[in-house]
Design a protein around this ligand. Sequence first.
Ligand code: SF4
Length: 236
Amino acid sequence: MQITGIQQTTLVDYPWKVASIVFTAGCQFRCPFCYNPQAVLPELIARYRSQQIPEEAIFNFLKQRVGLIDWVSICGWEPTVQPDLYDFAEKVKKMWFCVKLDTNGRDFEIVKKMVEDWILDYVAVDLKWPLSNYEKRTWVSEFWDFLENYKALLDYLKTWVVDYEYRSTLIKWFHEKEDLEEMWMYLQWIKARYLQNYLPEETLDPNFVGEPFTWVELQELKNIANKYVEFCSVRW
Ligand code: SF4
């Protein structure tokens, strides 16, 4: 696995549980607002390769954390681009940690296999934008293949074979009211949705224009989204 970093402890990633987050390199999207181009663009990944963390160091760290943390999140940029994701997650699971996968919905089959093999305990999927406009807004490569995978994963998760959530990072000026309505409609009947705020930093597209919503604005958006799902909350 190409691992770009680890957050040793968080209480936010999985509610009420202590987790560590492992960040992997690479992503098939090119979202203009992406705040870590070094972990997404192949030429930059290659340039910073020497700074990646060897798997062995991750497992040594996790060994010391047995009994102290409950969950390990495998998070992107987009972990399913890593060919050895399954093996890595299986090793983590064998250490008796609960395993969470964060994905943009790129590879339905690998997620399904990991769920069916009892490796994954939780799946978090991004919805960045109305799917009708994903290709243009996120510059995704192989769009139709992505769309097929995304829809298959949604249908699968809706059967509740594993605990899951959908989450959206919202950006003022980028997400218009109509876009949000379309996003909420698309994910009707899902179990849980989280809204996250945009943190303006270095962006993949240096000319990207967007701002965070205020707390009050996010609460208003949450109230609207709440009409469509069982549970909606803001991660601040
Ligand atoms: S999906 Fe996430 S990691 Fe990939 S380009 Fe978009 S914001 Fe960046």
